[in-house]
Design a protein around this ligand. Structure first.
Ligand code: ADP
Ligand code: MG
Length: 362
């Protein structure tokens, strides 16, 4: 991989840094999603095998008898993780899992990953071994093969970029854009815990920094900590779809918070939605941790992120198949586009959803 500034420092400086043209637009004006939209509008797919490009959890490529799924996620030290409280083994595991989650979100099965790392000389061989131990554990747990990657140096921090490749039957691929009016909205597992785990870890870090003799107070918080440090991707839900013959009309994984993901489904499908606060699944430990932090557990579920649960819509005829499944919660239904995307609160207020997902560009 080339680093742009090594090609010609002079050209690089002239074109990127010293261009005094007026009308420079700060990236914070667009945000992460706006920027992706801006980039994508200048690219059209040229190859027949490029079935779906930018705009879903994975790109979809025609591989003959099946579709191949491709997704990439990058984790950057200081932005996505803090090595003060993230063991490298957990980081490696999580970095793989967040990518596999995007493959499952298309109703596919992951098969291979590539791993690219940028590291500084502050890392030892043992540290990198620990990182790859976590990567290996995830590969074993989800039956995927590490088939390549890239290694380069970094002047600051660790950067980890993973690409996952998966497969799905052509008639079983599920996009974000298939939700229909009256469909049920379903989410797996529970939401908000990973965000609350992060709040706990940040608090204990601050306590430790002000007094290194203090012991961390993380007792009885295993679940929320595990959700933050060692999330799992919902392969079991894809297996359930297969065994029950259930095909969602749309699907996405919850990486940026329920609110933001619901908006993605609604915008992609040209529909609205009504989601009921009282139906949102939140673990009791998340509720008590939210109380401790004076936060609303619902807000953590709506806007926290990193849950890596699956959010999907199904035709009502599938209701009986899922109604008694303890891993699935029906949280609302799809409405027409004009009705917008709303959260019906416990006191019956209709609040428009806003995408307050994680925005690294602000
Ligand atoms: P997810 O949260 O599911 O990982 P993202 O929000 O990261 O999805 O990305 C949404 C879509 O935008 C995906 O199709 C992704 O491949 C695409 N995308 C993100 N960043 C870029 C980029 N810098 N250039 C081209 N496509 C991008
Ligand atoms: Mg996703």
């Amino acid at each position: 991989m080339h680093r742009l500034c090594n090609i010609s420092p002079y050209i690089c400086c002239m074109s990127l840094l010293e261009d005094k043209t007026p009308n420079r637009t700060p990236l914070s004006n667009l945000g992460e999603f706006g920027l992706i939209q801006h980039i994508s509008k200048n690219f059209e797919l040229k190859n027949d095998t490029s079935i779906f490009g930018i705009g879903d959890d994975c790109a979809v490529i025609d591989a003959g008898h099946y579709f191949q799924l491709v997704t990439t996620d990058m984790l950057v030290e200081g932005i996505h993780f803090d090595l003060t409280y993230t063991p490298l083994k957990h980081l490696g595991y999580k970095a793989v899992v967040v990518n596999l989650s995007d493959i499952y979100a298309m109703n596919g099965l992951p098969k291979q990953i590539t791993v690219s790392i940028a590291i500084s000389n502050r890392f030892t061989l043992e540290a990198i071994e620990e990182l790859y131990e976590g990567i290996g554990l995830a590969c074993d747990a989800y039956n995927v093969d590490l088939v390549g990657g890239d290694t380069t140096s970094s002047t600051s921090g660790l950067c980890l970029s993973i690409t996952a490749i998966g497969e799905v039957d052509k008639d079983k691929v599920v996009y974000r854009n298939g939700a229909k009016e009256h469909d049920l909205i379903v989410v797996s597992g529970d939401l908000g815990s990973a965000y609350l785990g992060l709040q706990l870890l940040n608090r204990e870090k601050q306590v430790f920094e002000s007094n290194p003799l203090m012991q961390p107070d993380l007792q009885n918080r295993d679940y929320v900590l595990q959700r933050q440090l060692k999330p799992e991707a919902r392969k079991d839900i894809i297996d359930l779809f297969e065994s029950k013959g259930l095909l969602p009309s749309s699907m996405i994984d919850v990486s940026d918070g329920l609110s933001s993901e619901l908006l993605h489904l609604c915008v992609s499908s040209n529909v609205g939605c009504a989601v009921y606060e009282e139906k949102i699944p939140i673990d009791f430990m998340a509720i008590s941790t939210a109380d401790e932090f004076n936060l609303s557990a619902t807000t953590c579920a709506m806007n926290g992120g990193e849950d890596y649960e699956l959010l999907f819509t199904i035709c009502q005829s599938y209701y009986d198949i899922i109604k008694d499944n303890p891993d699935l919660a029906i949280i609302g239904h799809i409405t027409d586009e004009a009705s917008g995307a709303v959260l019906v609160t416990k006191d019956e207020n209709h609040q428009p959803l806003t995408a307050q997902g994680w925005n690294s560009l602000s």
